[in-house]
Design a protein around this ligand. Structure first.
Ligand code: PLP
Length: 433
């Protein structure tokens, strides 16, 4: 059957902990706009965008052409030589960051980007103490796993860092959940101060946070959350690092970096995933004095290579030239409204949340907050069989993640909503018999 032989070969040589979606995993062989095609020619609407890295869609002519043109000239030179596109890209990211005297260092993944930000912050402050939010995901290396607050993604407790977790903006499962926005934020702020005063040695290097928690199921804090938390950090001279690996470059809508929607200027930001529309690239943008604080050489051999930079410049051009941030706001609102209409008819939906094109739908046993992961798996399978790919995540693995490329149209959003409505209705009808 179809992918069976490839699946067996995959299982023989790939790690057991590298999960595949679906009982019958899919091999995607081609993409076009917001659609992908499997080896048997089946077409799917791609509303997970390769884990949010396919930022603006598949086979976008401007990006394909930029990559082809660069590949025909030179693939790699190393940063021992000047890389024009890298400088151009750094200038654009530094300017958009709003960070004064910003400098940029390019790497190849989100993990490396966060690792770099943590290296800078801990070196600058001469402290290995880090604060992170509960429900965070920051990567798969020793340092980033250590700052990851989701059990399912914490492969080891060994750590170069001394991490303490503080309250996040994920209200549904918080003991503060009954509070309104202002009271909730005040409680989180108070807890942050208490943690700094009582659970650390005081000289904390930084707090690292995702503006909207990605793997955490798109948990989205109240608008004043980060400004209030930062006001406490400022009292202690603690740096603030925003992990923009999922939220960067307009995915959350009007804000170019997710944290800007919260009116906060961080000391450093890590980015990756969508910046080059899926071509491997990551980086850190930081205050100049913070970036320059390392007293030894540091290098990333392929970081910011000409090919990745060409893809990134073309991707950022597409976001700007096609006004995709406005599209993310418009289509994102349409999707959230539609999903809330579905939620009104189905008690298994505890919450629809998110910003722009990062939308989470939390699935529970009706009348409780008990996660229903089996139902999530079923919804994913049923969507797939009707030609819609979505993701899953969440602290407890019970959140649907709906996050299409930023070029998504209203018609495609409506098609996805129709499929999700049918799936939920069919599942409800089966449960009733
Ligand atoms: C917020 C966040 N930070 C860091 C990472 C790590 O990125 P990568 O998988 O490119 O190493 C991810 C990946 O999902 C992420 O979502």
């Amino acid at each position: 059957m179809g992918t069976r032989p490839l699946l067996e070969r995959h299982r023989a040589v790939m790690p057991s902990w590298m999960n595949l979606y679906y009982e019958d995993p899919i091999e995607l062989v081609r993409g076009e706009g917001r659609h992908v095609f499997d080896g048997e020619g089946r077409r799917y609407l791609d509303f997970f965008g390769g884990l949010l890295a396919t930022m603006v869609g598949h086979d976008i002519p401007e990006i394909t052409e930029a990559i082809r043109e660069q590949a025909g000239r030179i693939l790699h030179t190393s940063t021992l030589y000047l890389v024009r596109r890298q400088v151009e890209l750094a200038e654009r990211i530094a300017a958009a960051s709003g960070i004064p005297d910003a400098k940029v260092f390019f790497v190849n993944s989100g993990t490396e980007a966060v690792e770099t930000a943590l290296l800078l912050a801990t070196q600058y402050r001469r402290s290995n103490q880090v604060l992170a939010l509960r429900g965070s995901y920051h990567g798969r290396s020793f340092g980033t796993v250590a700052a990851t607050g989701i059990r399912g993604w914490s492969a080891t407790s060994l750590s170069p860092l001394n991490v303490t977790y503080v309250h996040s903006g994920y209200r549904l499962r918080s003991p503060f959940r009954g509070l309104d926005d202002a009271a909730y934020v005040a409680a989180c702020k108070e807890e942050l101060r208490t943690i700094i005063e009582t659970a650390t040695a005081g000289d904390v290097a930084c707090l690292i946070a995702e503006p909207v928690q990605g793997a955490g199921g798109f948990a989205t804090p109240p608008p004043s959350f980060f400004a209030e938390m930062k006001s406490v950090l400022d009292e202690y001279g603690i740096l603030f690092v925003s992990d923009e690996v999922q939220t960067g470059f307009g995915r959350t809508g009007a804000a170019y970096f997710g944290i800007q929607a919260f009116g906060v200027r961080p000391d450093a930001m890590a980015f990756a995933k969508g910046v080059a529309n899926g071509v491997a690239m990551g980086g850190v943008v930081a205050r100049g004095d913070l970036m320059d604080c390392l007293g030894a050489n540091s290098i990333s051999t392929a970081g910011g290579n000409p090919l990745a930079c060409a893809a990134a410049v073309a991707t950022l051009d597409v976001i700007r030239d096609r006004d995709l941030q406005a599209n993310a706001d418009r289509v994102g609102a349409r999707l959230r409204d539609g999903l809330r209409r579905i939620a009104a008819d189905h008690a298994c939906v505890a919450e629809v949340r998110g910003m722009g094109l990062m939308i989470g739908v939390e699935i529970v046993t009706p009348g409780t907050t008990r996660p229903d992961t089996a139902l999530v798996a079923r919804i994913l399978e049923e969507c797939r069989s009707r030609g819609l790919l979505i993701g899953r995540g969440g602290l407890l693995g019970n959140v649907l993640r709906v996050t299409p490329p930023m070029t998504v149209t209203e018609e495609e959003a409506d098609e996805a909503l129709r499929i999700l409505t049918d799936v939920m209705e069919e599942i409800a009808a089966m449960a009733a018999v």
